[in-house]
Design a protein around this ligand. Sequence first.
Ligand SMILES: [Zn+2]
Length: 121
Amino acid sequence: MSISEFNRAAGVFQKRTRIAILGPSAIAFAFFIAYDQFQERLESFLSTRFDSFTVDILTKLPIALVQIAAVVCIFWMYGRVKRQSGVRCPHCAKGLANRKKIVIASGNCPFCGKKVIEDES
Ligand SMILES: [Zn+2]
């Protein structure tokens, strides 16, 4: 693999990683903002039917569920990005994209030390 090929593949990996982390976080954040407008009305609606402890749990449950869903989604999407576009060492199969600067500077795998970048000449 040449430096430019590695650089391109590592760039794609890093871009997809950012999307995998920021996408679910942004959706969860938008939900929290929208839910904040709605929470007081839900609270007053539920307080006519349940005691204050149950109302507290029921109004905070959507926030907890969305947070858990966002974290699960981030792990799932990041695992998928690693499988699909992670640049791997041909010798030890460890991911190289997060060690981009070391690999480009040395031309070697930072884990096993073997050559992964061919000399361009
Ligand atoms: Zn290696």
